[in-house]
Design a protein around this ligand. Structure first.
Ligand SMILES: [Zn+2]
Length: 337
């Protein structure tokens, strides 16, 4: 009897201890789950906010190097990045364009977590083309364009992404650099085709890739945005992105597919595009992809219909496209922590 009582007492104590341990274990597990869930919470981009950032740029007018609109927009971009990011660099450089004119360019760079060695670079160009040289109306062939899609859309998406990263800070071990390139689009006028050369485009990126904002700068990978704002876009796997950074394409396209955007981030090869990602890959050595709207069936045979025309204005921008691209970007970035 006694022994039974003793035994049952011991058993009860053991059972209680065990229960206590199990409960503690359960609590620990729940906590771990909570932490895990907290880690993968990804902020949601706003279509309205992204659209407002695009419109603010086009409201300055064409951001052609040397113009007052260009200057005013540079100041505004610097102010926005000052609010959202930890450190801002404005990289001024002199460059000669295809026709011999020398301009002062500005690459504007916003940095999150400057101390982190693991880094990702997100880029777009903020200048707009000085010529509507593909307009169906020939009288407009020397008129500068608003570049709502060709330029402002990518910058608008990156400002939205930067806003979210300020609201919901990333882990301190992951650094993000938002690089807004100048002078991407001052390549030769179509009437000067003989002056064509790959090195006449992407002048801001060429400069930054040789002379980054920080000596010895490196990033694990890069994502460039160009023409990411029109309705029903098609983003194929652009040729140079495939050549230099196919694993980045895989990562980003898989994320887009998981988010339900597979109809837009299509798994088919795209033609080679001379864009800011070329110097980033070839000179800076950062595997970088270009998310770019390509359309072989358009009037120009390569890009969206309004490319390098007066029609590339705010009316072609679909806020939902901007939101989608921002959503893909934040989901890629927050899952790299
Ligand atoms: Zn362009």
């Amino acid at each position: 009897m006694i022994s039974f009582i003793r035994l049952s007492l011991i058993t009860s104590v053991l059972a209680l201890l065990l229960l206590g341990c199990q409960q503690a274990e359960q609590r620990k597990q729940q906590q771990t789950e909570k932490t895990a869930i907290a880690n993968i919470v990804v902020p949601k981009p706003s279509a309205d906010s992204a659209f407002a950032y695009v419109k603010h740029q086009t409201d300055f007018g064409p951001r052609v190097p040397g113009s007052a609109a260009h200057e005013a927009c540079a100041n505004w971009l610097q102010q926005k990045l000052d609010v959202f990011t930890d450190t801002v660099y404005v990289q001024s450089f002199k460059t000669r364009v295809y026709n011999g004119t020398v301009f002062e360019g500005k690459n504007i760079i916003g940095v999150f977590n400057p101390q982190a060695t693991k880094r990702i670079v997100l880029a777009a160009h903020w200048d707009s083309r000085p010529y509507a040289d593909h307009d169906e109306d020939e009288s407009k062939h020397r008129t500068p364009i608003d570049g709502a899609n060709d330029g402002a859309s990518g910058v608008g998406v990156l400002l939205e992404v930067a806003r979210l990263m300020r609201l919901q800070p990333l882990d301190s071990n992951l650094g993000i650099d938002i690089v807004l390139f100048d002078l991407e689009d001052y390549g030769p006028h179509t009437d000067d085709r003989d002056r064509y050369g790959e090195d006449t485009w992407a002048l801001g990126s060429q400069y930054w890739s040789k002379t980054p904002h920080k000596a010895g700068y490196q990033a694990r990978f890069g994502i460039l945005l160009d023409m990411v704002g029109a309705a029903n876009p098609e983003f194929p796997r652009e040729y140079f992105s495939q050549q230099y950074a196919s694993w980045v394409l895989d990562k980003v396209w898989r994320k887009a597919f998981d988010l339900g955007y597979g109809a837009f981030f299509v798994n088919k090869p795209g033609s080679p595009i001379s864009d800011d990602h070329l110097p980033m890959n070839q000179v800076a050595g950062i595997p970088t992809i270009d998310i770019i709207h390509l359309d072989p069936n358009s009037v120009n045979g390569t890009f969206f219909d309004g490319w390098h025309t007066s029609g590339d204005n705010i009316s072609v921008i679909d806020p939902q496209t901007l939101r989608m691209v921002a959503d893909v970007l934040v989901n890629v970035v927050y899952n790299e922590q």
